[in-house]
Write a protein that binds this ligand. Structure first.
Ligand code: PAF
Length: 282
């Protein structure tokens, strides 16, 4: 069983001997409701030369806007610990909100430009909350390697930018999207989907596979690729598109044509469930 700790002090007792000896620590930050996507990150950490892997489980209130799903977000620490155990993780860090944000907490981390696009445009304040908690977690765990999933593509870009801009001495690994057998990207929010929306949600992957095929086959027109994504997603009657983005993979700026590496990303609502997915055209 992994050691489950709830305070920074308990965690530091475990990590201090490793820091002293300079032994590499791997870190997988999560909000729990662990699934095969998280397991793939834990396994990459275990295989990546780290002597110990820490998984944090913390539903961060700062990254949810009022009216979003903070209260409903699935929480099952017992189940998460079993998943972490099966993945061979040594430590689960599950702090309380008061441990992370004690009375008097007023300091935030924020970023210009890239946080204002894509999800940032539709979830104001979201990345400010993500950056703040991730910087705190990185300061608490002081990992050598931190693992994030490509499914939250924009999150991985803003975190990499923060690590560079603030000279954090660690490596960020962005790891491949893990999908269900039918193509739906793994997400803790998939549990919200009823049977109808679960079936409809397959249009996301179908649209991305199709435009990836078109783009790698030579289609350069952003307008045509955008139109194709919209058409395929539109086949799902309940789909409400937040955005379809065809952008530069680092700056997230719109591209004029798909001639270099390009990110195609979507965010779509099925009823109350908002799903994101993406593909990189290399
Ligand atoms: O991707 C997530 O689960 C969260 O945004 C993260 C990185 C754990 C920060 O709360």
């Amino acid at each position: 069983m992994p050691k489950v700790v709830h305070t920074v002090a308990e965690l530091h007792k475990i990590l201090q001997p490793l820091w002293r000896k300079g032994e590499p620590v791997g870190f997988v930050p999560t909000m729990g409701a662990l699934h095969a996507g998280h397991v793939s990150l834990m396994k990459l950490s275990r295989a990546g030369g780290n002597v110990l892997t820490v998984v944090s489980v913390f539903v961060n209130p700062l990254q949810f806007a009022p009216g979003e799903d903070y209260d409903e977000y699935p929480r099952d620490l017992g189940g998460d610990v079993k998943v972490a155990r099966d993945a061979g993780v040594e430590v689960v860090f599950a702090p309380s909100v008061a441990e992370m944000y004690p009375r008097g907490f007023v300091t935030w981390t924020d970023q210009d430009k890239i946080t204002e696009k894509l999800c940032g445009e539709h979830r104001p304040g979201h990345f400010r909350g993500v950056l703040t908690v991730v910087l705190k977690l990185l300061n608490i765990v002081r990992p050598n390697n931190a693992y994030f999933g490509q499914k939250d593509y924009q999150q991985s870009v803003v975190i990499q930018r923060m690590v560079t801009d603030l000279n954090l001495d660690m490596k960020v690994h962005v790891c491949p999207i893990i999908r269900e057998a039918d193509g739906l990207a793994m997400s803790s929010r998939n549990v919200y989907l009823g049977p109808k929306h679960r079936t409809e949600a397959l249009v996301l992957h179908q649209a991305l596979v199709r435009v990836h095929e078109l783009a790698t086959g030579g289609e350069r027109s952003v307008k045509k690729l955008y139109g194709e994504v919209k058409r395929i997603i539109g086949q799902a009657k309940s789909a409400k598109i937040d955005y379809i983005a065809i952008v530069h993979p680092e700056t997230l700026e719109d591209v004029n044509d798909v001639s270099g590496r390009t990110l195609i990303a979507v965010a779509v609502r099925f009823g109350k469930t908002r799903l994101i997915d993406n593909v990189l055209v290399e």
